[in-house]
Design a protein around this ligand. Structure first.
Ligand SMILES: [Zn+2]
Length: 302
C-alpha cells in the first residue's frame, strides 16, 4: 500500500522574497495523516494557517499566491513542486513573511531541504485524484487540456520570439527524473520587464542569483543556462506546483501550450467544479496500484 508521507524532522532555510526583496525564513514541520500541506504565517500576532488548495488561490500574477481571511503567502509554486516530487502529503510550511524565499529560482534547494529532513511514512493510505473527463481551456493562442490517463504526464510547449528561447517543448512523465531533469530549472524573466516591475515596486529581490535574465539577444547570467531548454522545463516545474494545489497526486494527461499560472489554475478549478470529472482513488494494495497505474518516478520510490 502506498502510504501518505510527511517529513521526519523540522528543517529551515532562509533567503529573500522575489517580490519584496526582504529576508524570510521557511521552516518545514512534520504533520499528521490527512493534514495536507498548509502554509503558516508566523510573523503575525495571531498565527494563521492557509491550506495549500486551489480554492485558496488568490492571485496568479507573476507567481501563485494563496490567501485566507486576508492573510497571504506568495510564490508557493516551486516549494509545492518539490513537495509533490518528494511524495510529501502532509507538512506545515511556516514563513515569517508574505513570501516563500526564492532561493536560486528553482525547486532544487527545496528538494534538498526535504531530503535533509528525511521522508516518513504515515499509517493512512495515499489518495489519488483520477481524471474521468477531458477538461479544456483555450484563450487565443494559449491552451490547457487535461485528459483521463493511467499516469501523470505533462506536455508543455512554449514559443517566445527571443533568440535564446524560441520554440521549446518537453514531456514530463513517470519515467522523468524530476530531481535531475526538472528541479534545477530556474525561473526566468526579461531585463526590460524586470526594470519596469522594479520601478513599480515589484520583483525587488530579483537578480541573476535567482532567475535567468534575458536582454534582447542573450541570457545575462555569467554561468549560462543549466539546460538548453531550461525555460520550458521550468514551466513544467511551475505547472506541477499548480497541479499539486489539487491536494492529491493527479492521474491525468495534461497538455499545455503557452499556458502559465493563470491558465493552469483555471484548468484545475474547472476540473474540481465539473460534475463527474474526477474520482478519488485509494489503492488497497501495492499490487492494485501497480496493476492499474504506473507511477515509477524516483520520487515515488522514496
Ligand atoms: Zn516558477
Amino acid at each position: 500500500m502506498k502510504n501518505q508521507k510527511t517529513i521526519k524532522q523540522e528543517v529551515s532555510i532562509s533567503g529573500i522574497g522575489l517580490h519584496s526583496g526582504k529576508r524570510v525564513t521557511l521552516t518545514l514541520k512534520p504533520a499528521r495523516s490527512n493534514y495536507g500541506i498548509r502554509f503558516a504565517r508566523t510573523d503575525l500576532d495571531t498565527p494563521v494557517e492557509i491550506p495549500a488548495s486551489v480554492g485558496n488561490v488568490h492571485s496568479t500574477t507573476l507567481a501563485t499566491t494563496i490567501s485566507l481571511g486576508g492573510v497571504r503567502v506568495s510564490t508557493v509554486e516551486h516549494l509545492m513542486s518539490a513537495l509533490w516530487a518528494m511524495g510529501i502529503d502532509n507538512v506545515v510550511c511556516a514563513v515569517d513573511g508574505e513570501e516563500v524565499p526564492i532561493l536560486d529560482g528553482s525547486a532544487l534547494p527545496f528538494a534538498q531541504l526535504i531530503r535533509k529532513a528525511g521522508v516518513k511514512s504515515l499509517r493512512s493510505p495515499k489518495k489519488y485524484l483520477v481524471a474521468q473527463k477531458t477538461i479544456e481551456i483555450r484563450e487565443g493562442s494559449k491552451w490547457a487540456v487535461l485528459r483521463p490517463s493511467r499516469e501523470f504526464r505533462i506536455r508543455y510547449s512554449i514559443d517566445f520570439p527571443h533568440p535564446v528561447i524560441g520554440k521549446q517543448d518537453f514531456e514530463f512523465s513517470s519515467s522523468t527524473d524530476f530531481l535531475k531533469e526538472i528541479a534545477p530549472c530556474r525561473t526566468f524573466g526579461f531585463l526590460k520587464d524586470v526594470e519596469r516591475m522594479q520601478a513599480m515596486g515589484l520583483a525587488l529581490g530579483g537578480s541573476l542569483h535567482n532567475a535567468v535574465v534575458l536582454d534582447d539577444t542573450s541570457a545575462l547570467n555569467p554561468e549560462g543556462l543549466r539546460f538548453e531548454n531550461e525555460f520550458v522545463r521550468h514551466k513544467i516545474l511551475d505547472a506541477i506546483g499548480d497541479f499539486s494545489l489539487i491536494g492529491y497526486p493527479i492521474l491525468a494527461d495534461v497538455e499545455l501550450h503557452r499556458a502559465g499560472h493563470d491558465l493552469q489554475t483555471r484548468l484545475v478549478h474547472e476540473l474540481i467544479k465539473t460534475p463527474d470529472a474526477y474520482s478519488i482513488w485509494v489503492p488497497r494494495s501495492d499490487e492494485a496500484f501497480e496493476s492499474q497505474f504506473c507511477l515509477t518516478t524516483a520520487a515515488y520510490a522514496l
